[in-house]
Design a protein around this ligand. Structure first.
Ligand code: UDP
Length: 251
């Protein structure tokens, strides 16, 4: 008989977190010179890069919409990002993740400002440890802002899961693989959901608790996204005012 897996030690998870704690987050804005907007993000051991291009001309032309921009989202997992090498190229899972991620972001993008054009979002997963779709959405949201794409607000995303009968925030790979359920969400800072998926089974009260927990996670992620953008642009402004000062001195 299989030995029972243990997810907790002395009330803490195996990576030392409390059940309601997110993994450490790191965000860098504007990391790619040739993209209009970009973002590198770490959520625990997940490492992803998002690049945004546009609004730009649509190719192939027949995809053009006369009254709005279209949004394309390509999620790709590098072969070396997972334990067992992933076969390169798109597969069913990457089509699904790309679709739901696009749908998570599209409602806040002001597409009607840019008819007949496209906003292209590329997300590359460099290292995966469960929650790559949520990390990708967070990074893409920041990259869209970095590209100057008009949006109603940022989107923040994270998951809650069930392990050993307990609801936990932001499951890592071991919890995701061997847990009982996984509920990734994305939402606006105002609390409107743009993504809600569920893997596994949860009782109604458990789902309620998972959503509450994931919501608090998204609120914390929003603060990190906002701070990363403010820091990036205030440092650029500071640099520009320094440059101006230098011009005045040496003219
Ligand atoms: N995974 C993997 N190989 C794959 C796809 C996924 O090892 O081809 C792992 C990877 O660590 C991923 C996790 O399984 O993060 C969970 O995948 P899921 O489909 O739940 O998406 P995610 O949680 O990353 O959004």
């Amino acid at each position: 008989m299989d030995e029972k897996l243990s997810f907790f030690k002395d009330g803490f998870r195996l990576d030392g977190r409390r059940p309601d704690e997110l993994r450490p987050i790191k965000i860098e804005v504007g990391v790619l010179a040739r993209a209009d907007g970009s973002c590198y993000m770490e959520m625990g051991d997940n490492k992803v890069i998002a690049a945004v291009y546009g609004p730009r001309e649509v190719h192939p032309r027949h995809l053009q919409e006369v009254s709005r921009a279209i949004v394309r989202y390509r999620y790709n997992m590098a072969s070396f990002s997972v334990e067992d090498r992933k076969r390169p190229g798109p597969d069913r899972r990457s089509y699904e993740v790309s679709k739901v991620s696009r749908e998570a972001l599209e409602p806040v993008i002001l597409t009607s400002y840019f008819p007949k054009s496209v906003v292209d979002i590329f997300v590359e997963v460099l290292q995966a440890d469960a929650g790559t779709r949520t990390a990708g959405i967070n990074a893409a949201s920041v990259a869209l802002a970095d590209a100057g794409i008009p949006m109603k607000c940022l989107i923040s995303s994270c998951a809650a899961g069930k392990v050993d009968g307990e609801i936990v925030l932001d499951p890592m790979k071991f919890e995701d693989n061997f847990g009982e359920a996984d509920v990734p969400i994305a939402m606006t800072p105002g609390g409107d959901f743009t993504l809600l998926q569920m893997d596994g089974r949860l009782a109604p009260e458990e789902l309620k608790r998972a959503l509450e927990l994931a919501k608090t996670g998204c609120q914390q992620i929003y603060e990190v996204q906002r701070t990363a953008l403010v820091d990036r642009y205030s440092s650029i402004e500071e640099q520009e005012s320094c440059d101006e000062a230098e011009v005045e001195i040496y003219e």
